[in-house]
Design a protein around this ligand. Structure first.
Ligand SMILES: Cc1cc2nc3c(=O)[nH]c(=O)nc-3n(C[C@H](O)[C@H](O)[C@H](O)COP(=O)(O)O)c2cc1C
Length: 179
């Protein structure tokens, strides 16, 4: 079973792409449906390995799902040249894993980004996002594989990424093979 995380504030393109890649027995979590508070910065997680975090919210479910699987596939829209705040918030809540990096060791995070601008225009932004995950993977113990940056196109197509690609099904097949 793989874990799929939709980092969008909506269930649109990232959601659609993940749905198309995943298998029946995989788990998909849309962050927009979850109640996830900010990291308090208290570092209580440094000492308590059993509880991970003192905050009682939907992160408890996400910690459990992450620990169950070796492959985590994350799709994020590009918001203001970065991942969404919603997803960044979840990454901040990975703080327990920075104290207990053995929990993520051997795991791989696969990344997909979707932006309104063209793939070429967002090339550097996508690379920055990849490098951001690689840098935190270094101390949290996970590997990063950047799968693809998609464009959802202009206002006519922005809600349906599939319209931007004649070979959308082929792309999805290739991504499935990489995971
Ligand atoms: C607040 C906000 C900021 C955005 N910033 C960017 C951006 O910097 N670059 C870009 O290419 N698209 C940007 N977009 C467009 C989204 O990346 C695009 O609509 C994407 O398809 C959203 O993913 P979703 O359909 O899965 O929600 C932004 C959208 C919003 C709402």
């Amino acid at each position: 079973m793989n874990l799929y995380i939709n980092g969008s504030n909506q269930e649109k393109n990232c959601y659609r792409i993940l749905k198309d890649i995943m298998d029946k027995d995989d788990k998909l979590i849309s962050l927009s449906r979850k109640n996830i508070n900010y990291c308090l910065g208290c570092n209580a997680c440094k000492n308590d390995l059993s509880e991970y975090c003192i905050i009682e919210d939907d992160m408890e479910e996400i910690y459990k799902e992450i620990l169950k699987t070796d492959k985590i596939i994350i799709a994020s829209p590009i918001y203001m040249n970065h991942i969404t705040g919603l997803l960044k918030n979840v990454i901040d809540r990975f703080n327990p894993f920075s104290w207990h990096s053995d929990l993520l060791s051997g795991k791989t995070i696969y990344l997909i980004t979707v932006g309104q601008m063209s793939e070429e225009e967002n090339e550097e932004i996508a690379r920055n996002i990849k490098e951001y995950f690689e840098s935190i993977g270094e101390f949290m113990g996970f590997e990063t594989v950047f799968l693809r940056n998609f464009t959802s196109g202009d206002i006519e197509t922005i809600d349906n990424v599939t319209k931007m690609y004649d070979n959308y099904e082929e792309i999805i097949k290739e991504l499935k093979e990489k995971i």
